[in-house]
Design a protein around this ligand. Structure first.
Ligand SMILES: Nc1ncnc2c1ncn2[C@@H]1O[C@H](COP(=O)(O)OP(=O)(O)OP(=O)(O)O)[C@@H](O)[C@H]1O
Length: 313
């Protein structure tokens, strides 16, 4: 439902986005991750027809954004960066205006405005000028605007930015609820949001895609993915070290502070955990705590985006 085809945007001769291609199918929530200035908003602006690409194009539900702009824009809802809105309008006034622009009429118009107000939870402030709303409410008004015509495709630029934890939770639940029927592209700096919400993650650095994976696949790139951490009293640690090395599937064992870190051979994570728990029980090892690392997205993110920096330097 979204297809970016070699999107490139240059500003003053410098590529802010270079050859970005990806697609998003119905039912997918694609998380767009990248450091500040990586090119997320610029890519989103090109897909929505807000910026003209220097090269490449995008298709929304099969409509080319450059040659069939209106048809493509009818099918998409867009929450731009910072959720700009007319500050002297009320949320109701803004949604009525957008409904007119979108060509909604009569009962359908009323129904859609009501549904958007409910979905974005802005009922309590519906007649208050937008300029006087808190940052979180402004963002929710922006979200209501994006959802108004119940589009098949949603492009949401940092939809939870500025929301408190409860509001973040509500917006994520809303996105999850809508996901089966739509194709959704969200940009975010919140790594936990990617794990909570996204079926796939696109990592962009210096305008180029450096990873296109599921969050679980990304976690597997952490060198400590699947490592088993054991808390063991100091006196027993050195005696245990050689025994741990004999567990089938163990790649390396290291002592780190109060713990022993057991790294499995890739693909043997489950064997190592099973072997360890069995040995702890059978030989009554003095282990106070044992857990297996899933991997950390922040570690993977740093590696991917700083490697890209190094390559470009
Ligand atoms: N209109 C413009 N004119 C010149 N440069 C621009 C323009 N818009 C964006 N850029 C540059 O393009 C690059 C990508 O910016 P973009 O806003 O797409 O990044 P981003 O990944 O969305 O960043 P952030 O996470 O900070 O929102 C940046 O270097 C930015 O300064």
């Amino acid at each position: 439902m979204i297809e970016a085809q070699a999107l490139t945007k240059s500003f003053g001769g410098t590529d802010a986005v270079r050859d970005v291609s990806f697609s998003v199918a119905k039912g997918e929530v694609l998380g767009f991750l990248g450091p500040n200035g990586a090119g997320k908003s610029t890519t989103m602006k090109m897909i929505t027809g807000f910026l003209t690409p220097t090269r490449g194009t995008a298709r929304v539900c099969g409509h080319d954004i450059l040659t069939q702009t209106r048809a493509a824009q009818r099918r998409l809802g867009y929450l731009p960066e910072g959720a700009p809105a007319y500050g002297d309008m009320t949320p109701f006034g803004l949604l009525s205006f957008v409904a007119d622009v979108r060509g909604l009429k009569g009962a359908e118009r009323r129904k859609r405005i009501e549904a958007a107000l409910d979905a974005a939870q802005v009922r309590g402030v519906v007649h208050q000028p937008i300029d006087t709303l808190s940052k979180g409410f402004k963002r929710r008004v922006g979200l209501a605007q994006a959802l108004l015509h119940d589009p098949d495709v949603l492009i949401l630029d940092e939809p939870t930015d500025g929301l408190d934890p409860n509001q973040k939770h509500d917006v994520r639940s809303l996105i999850r609820e809508m996901a089966p029927e739509k194709a959704i592209l969200i940009s975010t700096h919140i790594l936990e949001e990617v794990e909570a919400l996204c079926s796939r993650t696109l990592v962009i650095a210096r305008g180029c895609i450096v990873a296109d994976n599921t969050p679980a696949e990304l976690l597997r790139r952490d060198p400590l993915h699947g490592a088993v951490i054991l808390s063991v009293v100091a006196a027993a640690r050195s005696a245990l070290l050689p025994k741990l090395q004999l567990i089938p599937g163990v790649l390396a064992v290291a002592e780190e502070g109060e713990t022993l870190v057991v790294r499995p051979v890739p693909g043997r994570e489950a064997d190592v955990l099973a072997g360890l728990t069995q040995a702890i029980r059978a030989e009554n090892w003095p282990v106070a705590e044992i857990y297996q690392q899933r991997g950390r997205l922040d570690v993977v993110f740093r590696t991917l985006t700083t490697d890209a920096r190094a390559r470009a330097a």
